[in-house]
Design a protein around this ligand. Structure first.
Ligand code: ADP
Ligand code: ZN
Length: 724
């Protein structure tokens, strides 16, 4: 291919879409189309598959046919293309005859560049067009996994596509999907009859998604908190059962969170209306079963919460992947509880033994994901056979340091386990919790359990934490239950080892210190954005969308709005520099946008347009410097953690650096003097080669590493000095 061809694709990207860069593999995928070679392109949701055939379609003569499984998807794509000034149309069996005729006229006259077509219609019109010698440049097949019986979304109509290939062997085929399993890919190639296709498989990492896992304590409250982190933005909440979607949506509304339920049991009209309201930003949150999602390409979903455990990590990847298709920061939260495990076990009963085995393994993988103390992104990608380049992704709760193990994990676990024993393994999590916190409870008194040595043994902790620790012990296999809910707790052999102090200790999450850090990405996106102007621009977008009967995101993307509110362009030329604003949008909305910005600047002359250069973020080094200064003042690690909003362990690390840098040899401003002496004494006995682990274990893992290291480092420095 010529360089001119390449330039013209980049030029199209800029002029038509207002994008200045290709996403990974887009360029390669476009080249395959330009060269007329069959291709199979596998990119994650939001990877930008549509552009892979849309841009070449504009660069090539003739018309491109696009097969898509759902009418709603077709409508969205065609509306979006028309907004960009592209001659696009759609043909399906559920369409007013006038509209279909107009499209067919365009096809025959050769004025159409892209025709979206349902598989059934393709067999009729496509063949007809070919017979009449119409220049069909390519056939793009969206959601190509629908042809696979192994996939999760088989559509028998897709099998007819094979007939098209046989009838029109000269038309190149291009298949696009987000389903990555090799089995499905092979089936696509075979069923479509692709000839030596260019196979392009992208990374399934979604760098703009922040992954979080939390034990489910009070779902409505937890979801309200997540929603509050994304004011006015859209989110999806997934539940396991229909009843849960209704209950949870209602509960959220009681908390003043705008939410509606969605599940397959609602009648079709209701479902359609709910979906439309969500897409048009008339309701913020949908609480749904997994029936919701397919056929919704809403790009600006800012959070996806699983209020119940997903059935597999494949499902989780797909469902959580509906967040942040537009590439802006978004958050995926999984609220889990041992009860869900039971719920799925129950569903299992209806399957064949072979299916049961497979499904059970998948559920167990999800359970492991939830209770792991390592990077979520690494775990997810690893499951799909992909290695993540770094150890710390900085965008999950574990890597961002949101989770902190309880310093007394072992002792707390032993208290809980011994309480379960003392209750003769006859009581469930709720009752056990009440005994542990020493609740005033008639039943406990009557049963004589106030006399137990473990009664009120965790009275300094709140009930929620204790309940959650029991859940964590269940999940980590130290406790078990024969059924869900209040079924009696039993100590497992693993739990016994903990009681005896011989087995690996459980790690329990520290309560109250769970710091929810928003991703750095999200913070960076909002930097320099004037909230008032942003709100005014959003209003403008809503008004235009209503007037033109278009989805708000088709009028202007969230990213465009953010850039407008940050750079505040006041000329048409400057509008061209904004992401997502190409020629057609300047033409259509340029005046509206400029009016809103000029009005705003008249009201706020101090907010004159900013040059694109931004103030650098308060980055890691800045925080570190701040932490150093505070520590030098002699402030405690706890205080500094609070002030800098960093984890204790992170600040502990800073302290170690600071102490080394300043050659400090006295740890007592930060570690209690008596404890310091005790650590020094023990260290003299057992520490070899500076290894801290034995010391950590000696103190029953109750003293954090940074404290131990600090004491050792200072002692070493003192010795070094006296030797000088
Ligand atoms: P997919 O079909 O792979 O899920 P889409 O084609 O719907 O993804 O693209 C997702 C979003 O990303 C769309 O809003 C699209 O306009 C946008 N997009 C695609 N390519 C680019 C690019 N090169 N630069 C910026 N945005 C892009
Ligand atoms: Zn991570």
């Amino acid at each position: 291919m010529t360089t001119a061809g390449r330039d013209s694709l980049a030029g199209l990207l800029r002029r038509v879409w207002g994008y200045d860069r290709f996403r990974p593999l887009q360029r390669e995928a476009m080249h395959a189309v330009m060269e007329g070679r069959d291709s199979l392109v596998i990119l994650p949701t939001g990877g930008g598959k549509s552009l892979c055939f849309q841009a070449p379609a504009l660069a090539l003569d003739g018309v491109a046919l696009v097969v898509s499984p759902l009418i709603s998807l077709m409508k969205d794509q065609v509306d979006a293309l028309r907004e960009l000034g592209v001659a696009a149309g759609k043909l399906h069996s559920d369409q007013p005859p006038g509209e279909a005729r107009e499209v067919l006229d365009g096809l025959r006259a050769g004025t159409l560049k892209l025709l979206y077509i349902s598989p059934e219609r393709l067999v009729i019109e496509g063949f007809d067009a070919i017979a009449r010698g119409m220049p069909i440049t390519l056939l793009a097949i969206d959601e190509a996994h629908c042809i696979s019986e192994w996939g999760h979304d088989f559509r028998p109509e897709y099998r007819q596509l094979r007939a098209f290939r046989e009838a029109c062997p000269a038309v190149p085929l291009h298949a696009y999907t987000a389903t990555a399993t090799p089995k499905v890919a092979d089936e696509i190639v075979r069923e479509l009859g692709l000839r030596d296709p260019a196979r392009l498989v992208g990374s399934f990492d979604r760098p703009n998604l922040f992954y979080r896992v939390e034990p489910r304590t009070e779902p409505a409250g937890q979801i309200a908190e997540i929603a509050a982190r994304h004011p006015d933005q859209s989110g999806i909440v997934y539940c396991i059962t229909r009843k849960e979607t209704e209950r949870l949506a209602e509960h959220l509304r009681l908390l003043d969170v705008d939410a509606l339920p969605y599940h397959a049991g609602l009648d079709a009209t209701m479902r359609r209306e709910t979906q439309e309201r969500f897409i048009n930003d008339q309701v913020r949150i949908i609480v749904a079963t997994v029936a919701f999602g397919m056929g919704i390409d809403k790009p600006d979903v800012r959070f996806v919460v699983h209020a119940g455990m997903p059935k597999s990590l494949e499902n989780y990847q797909q469902e959580s992947g509906r967040a942040g298709r537009d590439g802006l920061a978004a958050e995926c939260v999984l609220l889990h509880s041992p009860a869900d495990f039971m719920k799925w076990q129950f569903v299992l009963k209806e399957l064949s033994p072979e299916q049961q085995r497979i499904t059970k393994r998948k559920i167990e993988s999800v359970d492991r994901y939830c209770n792991a103390w390592s990077c979520r992104r690494v775990a997810l990608l690893d499951y799909f056979g992909e290695k993540f380049g770094e150890e710390n992704c900085a965008s999950c709760d574990v890597c961002a340091g949101s989770l902190e193990p309880h310093e007394d994990s072992l002792v707390v676990a032993q208290k809980i386990l011994s309480c379960v024993k003392r209750l003769k393994e006859e009581h469930g999590p709720g009752y056990t919790t009440r005994v542990l916190v020493g609740a005033k409870d008639k039943r406990i008194a009557e049963d004589g359990h106030e006399a137990l040595s473990t009664f009120a043994i965790l009275k300094d902790h709140d009930r929620g934490s204790v309940r959650s620790w029991i859940a964590q012990l269940l999940a980590q296999g130290h406790l078990e239950q024969a059924a869900s809910g209040e079924a009696p707790l039993r100590v497992t052999p693993r739990g016994w080892e903990v009681l005896r102090g011989t087995g690996p200790a459980p790690v329990l999450m520290r309560s109250g210190t769970k710091k929810v850090r928003v991703s750095k990405r999200a913070a960076a996106e909002l930097r320099g954005v004037d909230p008032e102007l942003h709100a005014r621009l959003r209003e403008m977008r809503t008004a235009i969308a209503r007037r033109r009967k278009l989805r708000p995101y088709i009028v202007l993307s969230d990213r465009s709005l953010l850039e407008l509110a940050r750079h505040r362009p006041v000329t048409r030329a400057a509008l061209h520099g904004i992401h997502g604003i190409g020629d057609a949008r300047v033409e259509h909305y340029g005046d509206d946008i400029l009016r809103v910005i000029r009005d705003f600047l008249r009201d706020h002359p101090e907010a004159a347009p900013k040059p694109p250069a931004e103030r650098p973020a308060k980055d890691r080094t800045a925080v570190r410097r701040e932490a150093f200064a505070l520590l030098r003042e002699g402030r405690s690690v706890e205080e500094v953690a609070e002030l800098t909003k960093r984890a204790l362990s992170t600040v502990g690390g800073y302290l170690l650096e600071m102490v080394a840098e300043s050659r400090i040899d006295d740890p007592t401003p930060w570690v209690d003097p008596a404890l310091t002496r005790r650590i020094e004494d023990v260290a003299a006995e057992i520490v070899v080669d500076g290894r801290v682990r034995p010391l950590y274990d000696f103190f029953e893992q109750k003293i954090p590493f940074w404290k131990l290291r600090l004491v050792l480092a200072c002692a070493e420095r003192r010795e070094g000095q006296s030797a000088d």
